[in-house]
Design a protein around this ligand. Structure first.
Ligand code: ATP
Ligand code: LTN
Length: 329
């Protein structure tokens, strides 16, 4: 059994991009592997969050994990800040990470560009992410394509620690879907769909009411012409919508092309909206039930307890190897 770990930030409402790029693999892997899925609130605060909204979104994201199909009897679901060792190991990893490595991270460049005030946490974020993964000695990390670079750095840090202080960490592998690893914005297919985009029309949130989903898809930007053809270089907008269609309807790209041959974008978009709604609606029904019962609190408590046992062991070993004095003598 492999160890699997991943996290999603409570920095807004989860999108169809998060679902297709990451969560669908969480759900798949839980049946065969030992899984740890967390809501990474310590990462979310690397950009300003309003306290009330952060609390609500953290609970909401955790409830959506369960509503989307993560079974708490199979996978450990918890909140990152409930397991203190993450922050502690994250700090230790900032001391092993070079400034140049962090300066190269495209997520940092994207999120800091054009801002006059950028928190230092945003810069050292990848060291905390490495700690999240290595503290459980995860073998596999299911993520979307945008996290590949952070995973590479995690692997480098694990090697570096092992070399300096003796073999300690497993070197993790990314686990990235073949189609859907990068779902793009509905208003601009050169940008990834992102929950913190201020234009709400650019993403489909898992909690958007069905009519809002229909409206967003009908307004999604399309390329010139009218042919439903998968051609990311020349028809990026329609190819992105076809990728979403393929995931939600369980049809191949060829099948979709054949189905809409000669029909134009209109009927394609209409059917796409219904396929997306059919995936999202049952998740929303379960979500409302989970929020109503309050069961998520127990799930998170148990998840954090189980995760802490492992995380505490790792941090003790790391501190011993790095030369920190043991408080118990
Ligand atoms: P933010 O906008 O706050 O940066 P985000 O929507 O990009 O958030 P994250 O919490 O950073 O989402 O990512 C959670 C997981 O979802 C990661 O594994 C990430 O790779 C994946 N993911 C995020 N956006 C997409 C997308 N558009 N397509 C595919 N996977 C995605
Ligand atoms: N950086 C990730 C979120 C994240 C994560 C992790 C993903 C934080 N810690 C550990 C996988 C494993 C992002 O999606 N922006």
């Amino acid at each position: 059994m492999k160890k699997v770990l991943s996290g999603i930030q409570p920095s807004g409402q989860l999108t169809l991009g998060n679902y297709i790029g990451a969560m669908q693999n969480f759900i798949k892997l839980q049946h065969t592997e030992e899984c740890y899925f967390m809501v990474v609130d310590l990462h979310a605060v690397t950009v300003p969050q309003e306290p009330g909204a952060l609390r609500e979104q953290t609970e909401s994201v955790a409830a959506l994990f369960i509503a989307a199909g993560i079974d708490p009897a199979k996978a450990n679901v918890f909140v990152q800040s409930h397991v203190r060792a993450h922050a502690e190991l994250g700090w230790l990893f900032t001391t092993l990470t070079n400034m140049g490595e962090l300066e190269r991270m495209t997520q940092f460049k994207d999120k800091s560009s054009g801002k006059d005030s950028v928190g230092a946490g945003l810069f050292v974020y990848p060291a905390l992410m490495a700690a999240d993964i290595l503290i459980y000695n995860a073998d596999l990390v299911p993520v979307g394509d945008d996290q590949k670079q952070h995973l590479e750095l995690t692997r480098d840090l694990a090697h570096r620690f092992n070399q300096r202080f003796g073999s300690t960490f497993t070197i993790p592998e990314p686990f990235i879907p073949k189609v859907g690893a990068r779902v793009m914005s509905l208003d601009n297919a050169s940008k990834k769909m992102s929950k913190s985009n201020p234009n709400v029309g650019s993403f489909i949130a898992l909690l958007d009411p069905p009519d809002v989903i229909r409206k967003k898809i009908s307004r999604a930007t399309t390329d010139s012409g009218r042919e439903v053809k998968y051609d990311p270089a020349n028809k990026p907008e329609i190819s992105n919508l076809m990728g979403i269609y393929s995931h939600c309807a369980g049809m191949s790209l060829d099948e979709i092309e054949a189905k809409y041959d000669g029909q134009g974008y209109g009927p394609f978009k209409k059917d796409l909206a219904e396929h997306v709604v059919a995936v999202i609606e049952p998740i929303q029904t379960r979500y409302n039930e989970i929020r109503r019962t309050g069961e998520i609190h127990d799930i998170l408590k148990q998840g954090a307890e189980r995760a802490s046992l492992i995380a505490e062991k790792t941090i003790a070993e790391v501190k011993e190897k790095m030369g920190f004095l043991n408080p118990r003598g």
